[in-house]
Design a protein around this ligand. Structure first.
Ligand code: PLP
Length: 367
């Protein structure tokens, strides 16, 4: 079976972990600091704060802006659950705005209509490795005095006109094993805002500036030096890994038939965390691919506003037509950098054959 994800692990990671284990410093220490410095330079911002996960990065970013009870945060219903549950954890209310059908990211033209006097932040998601329309969103945020928090969990190294994901407002990355780079579990906040970075650092470690002197109610959301050592090796790999993803995506763009392939907005460097198709009879499509030895994934089968934690907020009756439509059609196929050229050919032949069997889906056509 060609798997949907396969983390790249080599001798570099193994010896980095070994050194960390034998260093005597296991919790947050010099390796975490080094990863923060290198990741900040990679994104192109002065500050980076390592966290225990992408989810805790999102929480700390919201709390860094002092988002809390009575506040509203605009985000999308077409995402992983923690883009929205992090807003609930901060005590605020998520306000959903539908996505743009072409990019799968928040439609900036719908954002202003969702702004109320309670809105404190916009939290777009750079889904599948394509940055949301960050320059447009930054202009809206600026006009209305709102914080801008990019969920960049899937977009390490992606860019718009050369400017990297995570460099507008605050960026929140995940280092979960299937992501473009991993630390096992882990996350990172990136920003040019020294105040937010400082508050995130404070909350990450029990609200403590001086040891055992606690200024506010904080958390333990630290990354360990063991995880950071993996991240340092992975960050070195990231540019080549992203390049290989882009090379595979180019072949898919050119050779796949009978399915809708991803569209990339002008000026965007897509890093293909996922290569996501839209297909006819999606579940059957996935099953037929599996029979041919090709793994696939559905990200995400249920819109966030229809998930149980959001029922109490009264969203069940709300309609986000594009999100609902996409959740029935999307299917991600393997695009990870360790695919061989022969495996890429197998994926292409299998997708084309199944699309032929089930009937093509063309842009604008019915389900
Ligand atoms: C879009 C998105 N947001 C947030 C997260 C949360 O990251 P983590 O799993 O590291 O908590 C993920 C990854 O799982 C994600 O894909």
């Amino acid at each position: 079976m060609i798997p949907i994800a396969r983390p790249q692990m080599g001798e570099e990671e193994v010896s980095a972990v070994r050194e960390a284990l034998l260093s005597g410093m296991l919790a947050q220490g010099a390796r975490v600091r080094e990863l923060e410095e290198r990741f900040a330079a990679f994104v192109g911002v002065p500050h980076a704060v390592a966290t225990s996960s992408g989810t805790t990065a999102l929480q700390l970013a919201l709390l860094g802006y002092e988002v809390g009870a009575g506040d509203e945060v605009i985000t999308v219903p077409f995402t992983f659950i923690s883009s929205a549950t992090s807003i609930l954890h901060a005590g605020a209310r998520p306000v959903f705005v539908d996505v743009d059908e072409a990019t799968f990211c928040i439609d900036p033209d719908r954002v202003e209509a969702a702004i109320t006097p309670r809105t404190r932040a916009i939290l777009p998601v750079s889904l599948y490795g394509q940055p949301a329309a960050m320059p447009d969103l930054a202009a809206i945020a600026e006009r209305h005095g709102l914080a801008l928090i990019e969920d960049a969990a899937q977009s390490h190294g992606a860019a718009i006109d050369g400017r990297r994901s995570g460099s507008w407002g605050v960026g929140c990355f995940s280092f979960y094993p299937t992501k473009n780079m991993t630390t096992g579990e882990g996350g990172m906040i990136t920003t040019a805002d020294a105040g937010v970075a400082e508050r995130a650092r404070l909350l990450r470690e029990h609200g403590m500036r001086v040891r055992y002197h606690h200024d506010v109610v904080g958390y333990n959301y630290r990354m360990t030096d063991i995880h950071a050592s993996i991240g340092l090796a992975q960050l070195t790999r990231l540019p080549a890994a992203n390049e290989r993803r882009r090379e595979i995506a180019q072949r898919y763009d050119a050779e796949l038939r009978g399915v809708i392939t991803p569209r990339v907005a002008p000026g965007v460097t897509h890093v293909y965390h996922q290569y996501t198709l839209r297909v006819r009879r999606r579940d059957e499509f996935a099953e037929r691919l599996r029979e041919r030895g090709v793994g696939s994934g559905i990200y995400y089968p249920i819109p966030v506003h229809r998930q149980k934690p959001f029922e109490a907020l009264g969203y069940a009756a709300q309609h986000y037509p594009l999100t609902e439509h996409l959740t029935e059609q999307v299917l991600s196929i393997p695009v990870h950098p360790s695919l061989s050229d022969a495996e890429v050919t197998t994926v292409i032949e299998s997708v084309n054959r199944v699309a032929e069997e089930l009937g093509p889906l063309e842009p604008g056509s019915a389900r």
